[in-house]
Design a protein around this ligand. Structure first.
Ligand SMILES: Cc1cc2nc3c(=O)[nH]c(=O)nc-3n(C[C@H](O)[C@H](O)[C@H](O)COP(=O)(O)OP(=O)(O)OC[C@H]3O[C@@H](n4cnc5c(N)ncnc54)[C@H](O)[C@@H]3O)c2cc1C
Length: 389
């Protein structure tokens, strides 16, 4: 392949912050909230123009359970706060009455809901602003500067051109571990790749509805599924091809009920690629499905398994940082877990749990490899997070 050399240039250091959060999906929202609430000057850098990532721009509007399916809540703190916020102006579908109003059986009804994507995104934006987070939209983190095993600056590309931000700590919430890769931290890619997904909203005689085209990999393990194209989703051209096919697939599906009419319209399509697992941090500890029900001395929160009732997990802090770059944490769908556990930790409530832990740590420490774990745990507990099974 031919190469060209990019001319060396000096960059304007546009700002300074204690905690820079790259990516404003659920993990980034939780991380920025936690960091700001712990007194850090916090900057949230988001490449699109709406918060929420896959949960909003990707139209993945089902806030999966905070509970274990047997009546016990596992995820608390910001994970619960965001669930409540997401339906504070009403829900689209299931309302967890047993959990929010005490009406019903918590062993039967899981603590999950379905929210309106656009309402939730704007409510998150208002909450972050209220808590003092600076949001920089339309800016991609595209390079980093490191010194002595720490990131000193993040470089962004935006309407203002290329600029540097001086930082104390960074939290990688890009979903694809972009900052980890740019900083030279160890990463791993998802081996199987993603099946095509084309979730979209349409309006019909029964109102505004979500159509979930493209089921999760975990329930698609049959031979037929293996023959379908799989996407690693780390290459711009492959992602673009996948997006074109996703658009065609959803339009074909929409046309099955005819064209656009008064009672039939294509309401919303995703504006970011609907990919589940891509690249992740390969951290100080890599957690696996077999770690269900295990106790971890460095637990920073808990989560259940959205696919089945029973399993419960403690989240070790070692899944959120690596060993090469001391002031970089990861949160959300790019934390350090095996391919088998990835399907469990990538979902909205777990992204909020890891985001809160990473943001709290980033506000408090500048070297995650030597973090004072009891101090971190006590800060999280004060903020309502439960840590032990
Ligand atoms: C089809 C599909 C169905 C799903 N179904 C469910 C479900 O029903 N319920 C559920 O709970 N979960 C579901 N998930 C998973 C879940 O939605 C996501 O894994 C979760 O929302 C990820 O949150 P995140 O914050 O880690 O990452 P993302 O949502 O991917 O957010 C990352 C953010 O970072 C930004 N970004 C990326 N790179 C950069 C950069 N270099 N610089 C600046 N910004 C950057 C992106 O624009 C984005 O806003 C589903 C996922 C898919 C694809």
């Amino acid at each position: 392949m031919k190469t060209v050399v990019e001319k060396e240039r000096s960059l304007n250091v546009a700002s300074f912050c204690d905690v820079a959060v790259a990516g404003g999906g659920i993990a980034g929202i939780a991380a920025a909230l936690a960091a700001a609430r712990h007194g850090a000057k916090t900057l949230l850098i988001e490449k699109s123009w709406l918060l929420g990532g896959l949960a909003t721009s990707g139209l993945v509007t089902i806030y999966l359970p905070l509970c274990d399916g047997r009546g016990r809540q596992l995820s608390f703190g910001i994970a619960e706060e965001l669930l409540r916020l997401s339906i504070s102006l009403g829900c689209e579908d299931r309302y967890p009455a047993a959990w929010l109003d005490g009406e019903g059986d918590r062993t039967k009804e899981r603590f999950l809901t379905q929210f309106n994507a656009q309402v939730f995104a704007i409510l998150c934006e208002q909450l972050l602003i209220k808590e003092g987070v600076e949001i920089l939209y339309g800016a991609s983190v595209c390079a980093v500067r490191t010194e002595n095993g720490a990131i000193t600056h993040l470089v962004t590309e935006s309407k203002s051109g290329r600029e540097a931000v001086k930082i104390k700590c960074a939290v990688d919430c890009t979903g694809d571990a972009d900052v980890c890769r740019l900083a030279g931290e160890k990463t791993a890619a998802y081996a199987r790749g993603n099946v095509l997904a084309s979730w979209y909203y349409f309006s019909g005689p029964d109102g505004y509805k979500l159509k979930m085209l493209g089921a999760a990999e975990s329930v698609d393990k049959g031979a037929k599924e293996k023959e379908k194209p799989h996407y690693a989703a780390l290459d711009a051209r492959e992602l673009s091809e996948m997006t074109v096919l996703s658009h065609k697939t959803l339009l074909d599906d929409f046309k099955k009920d005819g064209g656009v009419r008064k009672d039939h319209a294509l309401a919303t399509v995703a504006t970011i690629p609907q990919v589940r697992m891509t690249r992740r941090l390969s951290g100080a500890f890599t957690m696996d499905e077999a770690d269900a029900h295990k106790s971890f001395a460095d637990s920073v929160g808990m989560f259940g398994d959205w696919r089945k009732r029973g399993p419960a997990f403690e989240l070790p802090f070692g899944t959120l940082h690596g060993e090469m770059i001391k002031n970089l944490a990861a949160a959300g769908r790019c934390i350090s877990v095996t391919d088998a556990l990835w399907d469990v930790t990538r979902v909205i409530p777990v992204c909020a749990v890891s985001g809160q832990a990473a943001g709290t740590a980033a506000a408090t420490f500048s070297d995650f490899t030597r973090a004072d774990i009891p101090a971190l745990q006590s800060a999280l507990e004060k903020d309502g997070v439960k840590l032990k099974l």
